[in-house]
Design a protein. Structure first.
Length: 313
């Protein structure tokens, strides 16, 4: 039986490293990246908060078909799950940096595309009428069905899902699934923005907005259930991986095997598995770019205790 569902989120902050480490645990089935599920719960969010449709439309992926009709959402979900399958198979690049290599990879979905599409067709049938309660129930059924299949094929314990944006939809996930736990991985915002900018993920302004906004929205979503929310620092994960993993495993009600997981991971990936060399400096952002970051997200950077842009210019 599936335990309390656990979701991991975070923006360019080591979430793939974390889920790969957890995926080595014999009591955990790792499951990532499921952007198709984000599109389903995004629609549920918009049905609950229609005034946010314009904001959410800007985050739909792919951008077309646009809008929040059943047909548009259905096609975006299909396109996303097909994209994930293409990345898993190697037909498409993951979009990660060259140094990012992990035992389970950058994407880990074990069920077939045909199985996923059949589940999504059933989901669509359950969403008839675009009623919020129906959509929430259909989303819950979709997540449970695909999660159960992931667990069956992987052959280990209950699943933990990692998809960067998914934690900000915690209220929708709780409405669909009941009690859920959320883990959010935070990283120095300047390092996050610099990394995303190098990969061509967006402008400094947009990346800074996303770094700050995703954390703010996740925190707000979990404000009423703090016992089910765990916030980690990426810097802790790479500097003290065993201790940090035990903290996560305790939160997930799994046997604490942090030291064993670190040994297994290091044996697979080498001594550079926990590289701390990228924890300092501006990441290559110039003074003008640091100024943009400060204007958009400097307050969050300071609140988290990370170095200010003034110290790096």
């Amino acid at each position: 039986m599936q335990d309390i569902p656990v979701f991991i989120g975070g923006f360019r902050s080591g979430t793939t490293l974390l889920i790969n480490l957890l995926g080595l645990h014999p009591q955990i089935t790792p499951w990532f990246e499921t952007r198709d599920l984000c599109e389903a719960v995004r629609w549920q969010h918009v049905l609950r908060h229609p005034q946010q449709a314009l904001f959410e439309n800007a985050y739909c992926a792919p951008a077309e078909p646009a809008g929040f009709t059943l047909d548009a959402v259905y096609h975006r979900v299909l396109l996303q799950l097909r994209d994930t399958q293409a990345r898993v198979s190697g037909a498409r690049a993951s979009g990660k940096a060259m140094h990012e290599r992990y035992p389970l990879g950058n994407d880990y979905v074990r069920y077939s595309q045909a199985e996923a599409e059949a589940a999504v067709d059933e989901w669509r049938a359950g969403c008839t009428g675009s009623d919020l309660a129906r959509v929430a129930a259909a989303n819950g059924a979709l997540i449970r069905r695909l999660g159960a299949r992931q667990q069956q094929v992987h052959g280990a314990g209950a699943w933990i899902n990692k998809t960067p944006e998914i934690t900000r939809f915690a209220p929708e996930l709780r409405a669909a699934l009941g009690r859920c736990r959320m883990i959010y991985v935070v990283r120095d915002g300047i390092q996050v923005v610099a990394s995303g900018f190098k990969l061509g993920w967006g402008s400094v302004e947009a990346l800074a907005f996303n770094w700050k906004g995703l954390l703010e929205r996740t925190r707000a979503a979990m404000q009423q259930c703090p016992d089910d929310y765990l916030e980690l620092r990426y810097e802790e994960l790479v500097r003290e991986p065993a201790m940090t993993l035990d903290r996560v495993l305790n939160f997930c009600e799994r046997e604490e095997q942090g030291s064993a997981l670190v040994r297994t991971f290091t044996a697979s990936e080498g001594e550079s598995a926990f590289d701390t060399s990228r924890l300092q400096g501006s990441g290559g952002l110039d003074a003008a770019q640091l100024g943009i970051f400060a204007a958009v997200a400097g307050d969050m950077q300071a609140a988290l205790g990370y170095p200010s842009t003034a110290r790096l210019r």
